[in-house]
Design a protein around this ligand. Structure first.
Ligand code: FMN
Length: 223
């Protein structure tokens, strides 16, 4: 009997299992359960010790599908994710690697999904360097509207995100790359931009007040 295929979700948010990255990647992983045995790992935790890093490399090398889900940090990826990509690529070059596919999901705080294009291009470049088949990249803007809730709990605002990931899962299960339709649905704003910015500003000011920094919001370092 042939072994079931393995899918590994690598969560790249320092917020770990209570992150939007986990919500998005976890939803996709669930939808792949008819064709893949699923596992998930938290990259920051895996990069903290030699043992955990070796375990991550071992799991990654035996996976048929890698799902990289991370936040956008300064138009790029969190430092631990970049470090993980470096060790993953090195491992793929030194061993005789198995045929693998990879899909990436990046979510940003700013509302425009296009903010994630550079980070998705970094993932795509990594796949090419590591000899992994690129199965597509999904960018979501306004990740703060999900803020680590499950997509089901976040409700109506995630209807297009859920549809996008349902389509992406169907594509991946058929051995295809993620369709443009899924990419476009994921890129749709979760809520109207003015409302997202209004809520974001309100939350920011509340946090500043709680930390006694309400008069320092426009402070800048002098050169
Ligand atoms: C250090 C840091 C840098 C960030 N840089 C950006 C950025 O360049 N553009 C952006 O749109 N959001 C940026 N964000 C916001 C995160 O991408 C956003 O909050 C995201 O939803 C977090 O996802 P997570 O819950 O998966 O960690 C940044 C957040 C942090 C903490």
């Amino acid at each position: 009997m042939s072994q079931p295929k393995q899918a590994l979700l690598l969560i790249g948010s320092p917020r770990g299992f209570k992150s939007t990255s986990k919500s998005l990647g976890g939803y996709l992983l669930d939808k792949l359960s008819s064709g893949y045995k699923a596992e998930e790992l938290h990259i920051q935790a895996a990069m903290r010790s030699e043992t955990a890093r070796a375990q991550m490399l071992e799991k990654a090398s035996s996976s048929d599908l890698l799902i990289l889900a991370s936040p956008l940090y300064v138009d790029s990826l969190p430092a631990a994710v970049i470090a993980a990509l470096e060790v993953l690529a090195k491992q793929r070059k030194s061993n005789s690697p198995k045929t693998q596919r990879m899909v990436a999901i990046v979510n940003s705080g700013f509302p425009e999904a296009s903010q994630n294009n550079t980070a998705l291009a970094i993932y795509r470049r990594f796949a090419a360097e590591a000899g992994i088949e690129w199965a597509g990249g999904l960018g979501l803007g306004g990740g703060g509207a999900i803020n680590g809730s499950t997509l089901e709990d976040a409700g109506y605002v995630t209807r297009n995100v859920q549809k996008a990931l349902d389509l992406a899962a169907a594509d991946l299960l058929e051995g295809k790359a993620v369709s443009l339709e899924a990419v476009d649905l994921m890129a749709k704003p979760l809520i109207q931009k003015w409302l997202y910015l209004f809520m974001g500003n309100r939350g920011w000011k509340k946090q500043a007040k709680a930390n006694g920094a309400q008069d320092k919001l426009y402070n800048q370092l002098q050169p």
